[in-house]
Design a protein around this ligand. Structure first.
Ligand code: ADP
Ligand code: MG
Length: 468
């Protein structure tokens, strides 16, 4: 059935798009009315939902008739940021998540996030899911002048976790320069060298959420215990701890325990220790026990090799002059560089055009303008709330009052537009909604903006405020 669908799809889109978005899909299960497919990542799934849902629906309806359902499974190995719940019993090969819905209904899946995944009451012999992304490894983390120190310190730690003076190892640097990638690479390296060691990757944000949840549920001790039994703890984006005194407190406690027992701690931050505000002094001084290594802006050579590497991995060809054009123009952020490449590929496949230097120019323009400095979802909620003269709690509340719903939808819409957060993550940050709600909000705003004058003015005003 899936093969027939693919044949149909192949006839209706260009080969590049087909290769990028459909070849990686694996059919996993078929019943009379539903087909389950496995996609490599959440991003992938969202992309399919946003761009190819009609095509998929048509293809599937041809095969299975009206009412056919498509069920997505997201391959867990590739998900980042430790978002997936801790599952102990299911073997890793077929762990997949949820979301079964008919193709025409908005996706309403149980969010895999925020379920306080790690805390199992009465821990004994817990198997810890490392939450590491195997594709973020040292091989894929290209070396350059900008990252040599951090990369080699990372390798030293991976070879001898807890056994070097780099404990903690603090990696700091600006947005999109590879902190998360390198942090994973160290964890992945440790798992390769020492399969029996337990390594755990967690974002500081997630750690904070879990901690708050554990307090609410009265199992703070289980929370602490869980983190104290790992051999390697990787906490990403610790600047997020700023101003959160009780989370810092519990982290301090865990950190000391691990450190005293010779366990390795790896931290990342977008600021150097001296610039971290609202982080307790005693915690800051702990960070100085180890090594702080900076990731700098990549130099030209490194940018070129990162682009080439990315193209190679995606199986895409691009002229050298375009590669150099990209490397010349996007200098300060590797994520943006990759984003521009993805947009280029996507644009050329939607419009069935070759990748030309003109197209590259257009995309880089958008890119450099739109993403100068990424605004946060919190800031967006604040601006939207202020604009409608309500507070953020009201915006996030469950009420169905029209003007509040609209404000909320606008906040979601701008978050999708102006940040790189996934639909799921936007939803969870704006009043714990699911990703389908966010998708719906984006569509609603698009529709209203083109039909309703007053509403369109909101969009324009907010857009101005948010870009300033
Ligand atoms: P940060 O956490 O610092 O914001 P990330 O680790 O998320 O940045 O990196 C952004 C993107 O750039 C990722 O896709 C990552 O794989 C890529 N990247 C960063 N540094 C390198 C590198 N040295 N080699 C290859 N890719 C890199
Ligand atoms: Mg990061």
């Amino acid at each position: 059935v899936w093969e027939n669908c693919l044949l149909f799809i192949k006839d209706n889109i260009n080969p590049q798009a087909y290769k990028t978005w459909f070849e990686p899909i694996k059919p996993v299960k078929l019943t009379e009315t539903a087909l389950s497919i496995q996609v490599p990542s959440r991003f992938f799934y969202e992309w399919l939902e946003e761009h190819y849902i009609k095509l998929l629906k048509t293809a599937l309806t041809r095969e299975l008739g009206e009412g056919a359902k498509l069920i997505y499974a997201i391959k867990m190995e590739n998900t980042l940021k430790g978002m997936e719940p801790f599952t102990e019993k299911i073997p890793s090969s077929n762990r997949s998540i949820q979301s079964s819905q008919s193709v025409d209904a908005p996706v309403r899946s149980k969010s895999p996030e925020l379920k306080n995944p790690f805390i199992i009451p009465g821990i004994r012999n817990v198997k810890i899911e490392s939450q590491l992304n195997p594709s973020y490894n040292f091989d894929s983390f290209l070396e350059g002048d900008s990252n040599r120190l951090a990369r080699s310190a990372g390798m030293a730690v991976a070879n001898k976790p807890g056994g070097t003076s780099f404990n903690p190892l603090l990696i700091f640097g600006g947005v999109g320069l590879g902190k998360t990638h390198l942090a994973h690479a160290i964890g992945v390296g440790i798992k390769e060298n020492y399969p029996d060691k337990t390594a755990l990757y967690i974002s500081a944000e997630k750690f904070t959420q879990q901690y708050i949840e554990s307090v609410r549920k009265n199992n703070r001790n289980d929370f602490i215990h869980f983190y104290q039994i790992v051999d390697v703890l990787i906490v990403d984006d610790i600047q997020f701890f700023a101003g959160k005194a009780s989370t810092q407190d519990v982290f301090f406690h865990i950190f000391n325990h691990l450190h005293q027992n010779g366990k390795q701690v790896i931290l990342t931050s977008d600021k150097k220790p001296v610039d971290m505000q609202d982080i307790e002094q005693r915690l800051l001084s702990r960070f100085k026990w180890g090594l702080s290594a900076e990731l700098n802006h990549p130099d030209y050579e490194t940018r070129v090799s990162i682009i080439k590497n990315k193209l190679y991995r995606d199986g895409v060809e691009m002229d050298d002059d375009i590669i150099h054009y990209l490397a010349d123009n996007i200098k300060t952020n590797i994520r943006e560089l990759e984003g521009a490449i993805i947009s280029l590929i996507a644009h050329s496949s939607f419009n069935r055009k070759d990748i030309t230097i003109d197209l590259a120019r257009k995309i880089v323009e958008n890119y450099v303008k739109n993403t100068k400095r990424e605004i946060s979802i919190d800031q967006i909620q604040q601006v939207v709330s202020d604009y409608f003269q309500m507070d953020v709690e009201t915006l996030q509340s469950k009420t169905r009052k029209r003007h509040i719903v609209q404000a909320r939808q606008l906040a979601m819409y701008f978050s999708k537009k102006m940040t790189k957060a996934s639909l799921a993550s936007i939803g969870s940050q704006i009043g714990k909604r699911d990703h389908a709600t966010v998708l719906h909000a984006c569509k609603t705003v698009d529709n209203l903006a083109s039909t309703d004058k007053q509403f369109n003015k909101y969009v324009e005003d907010l857009s101005k405020k948010l870009t300033n």
